[in-house]
Design a protein around this ligand. Structure first.
Ligand code: HXC
Length: 257
């Protein structure tokens, strides 16, 4: 079914997802979540899709979870329904995904960007966790992923005061990988995604898995996992091809085998 809150574009091996609720600055409601989960599930199994870029509009990546939808909810309802648990499916997407952020990435919007593997921001980007001003706290990973990205000092500052951080501060703090001019944000994100898509997919997936696991594991467990993944790549034809191509001074032709 065609999504109503997303625009999906195909750029060769890269799928571009644009959040599309301009009337609400891309606030994340139940429909966005359902449609995003469905789109990612389709991309997961579609061999033609090798990387994804997720973006919003020039004014907002996403201004948070939809406050108008949440306002009337009560504890019993959201506890029984395990409200927000569906976002784990988005965070569990296995292919590389880049968030291209312009404008506001607030609350759930900032949390959604952090579920991606890296964040490219244009100079207009503003990140924040303003939930405290609504009488709540972040609920889609803001207290956990933000501290891992920017450390305790800034995470506490943003979560407790609700203030916003601009693109430069976010890059300095380690939240943002690259800052770009507004006119080249999407192109650069697509270019980086296409570059990733050109490599051997097993290596790309393992690289993502290894880096992502660093947030979950002890150093020793992480090093062990990395070593085992590294070793396992020597069972692939792409390792032979990649190294042969280097030695023969030619471009590698990967087959994902
Ligand atoms: C629902 C939202 C919204 C949101 C904006 N809108 N953010 N609707 N949920 N999170 C709607 C406004 O109500 C308004 O609709 C329209 O989008 C335009 O917004 P304005 O406020 O008029 O724009 P502007 O003056 O430019 O201010 C932009 C803004 C502000 C600073 C981003 O909209 C804002 O503070 N938004 C809320 C940010 C926030 O608190 N996010 C965290 C949400 S809680 P109308 O119909 O009035 O024109 C959260 C928790 C996540 O994310 C995890 C647990 C669920």
């Amino acid at each position: 079914m065609t999504p109503q809150t997303l625009i999906l574009e195909s750029h060769g091996p890269v799928a571009l997802i644009r959040l599309n609720r301009p009337e609400a600055l891309n606030a994340l409601n139940a429909q966005v979540l359902t449609e995003l989960i469905a789109a990612l599930a389709a991309f997961q199994t579609d061999e033609a899709v090798r990387a994804v870029v997720l973006t919003g509009s020039q004014k907002a990546f996403a201004a948070g979870a939809d406050v108008k939808e949440m306002q009337a909810l009560d504890f019993a309802t959201i506890y029984k329904g395990d409200f927000l648990s569906g976002w784990a499916e988005v965070a569990g997407f296995r292919k590389p995904i880049i968030a291209a952020v312009a404008g506001f990435a607030l609350g759930g919007g900032c949390e959604l960007a952090m579920m991606c593997d890296m964040i490219f921001a244009d100079t207009s980007a503003k990140f924040g966790q303003p939930e405290i001003s609504l009488g709540i706290i972040p609920g889609m990973g803001g207290t956990q992923r933000l501290i891992r990205a920017v450390g305790k000092a800034k995470a506490m500052d943003l979560v407790l005061t609700g203030r916003m951080m601009d693109a430069e501060e976010a890059e300095r703090a380690g939240l943002v990988a690259r800052i770009l001019p507004p006119e080249s944000l999407i192109d650069e994100a697509l270019k980086a995604a296409a570059k990733i898509a050109s490599f051997s997919q097993p290596a790309v997936l393992m690289a993502k898995e290894a880096v992502a696991s660093a947030a979950e594991l002890s150093l020793n467990e992480g090093l062990h996992l990395e070593r085992r993944l590294f070793q396992s790549l020597f069972a692939t034809q792409d390792q032979k091809e990649g190294m042969a191509a280097f030695i023969e001074k030619r471009k590698a032709t990967f087959t994902d085998r």
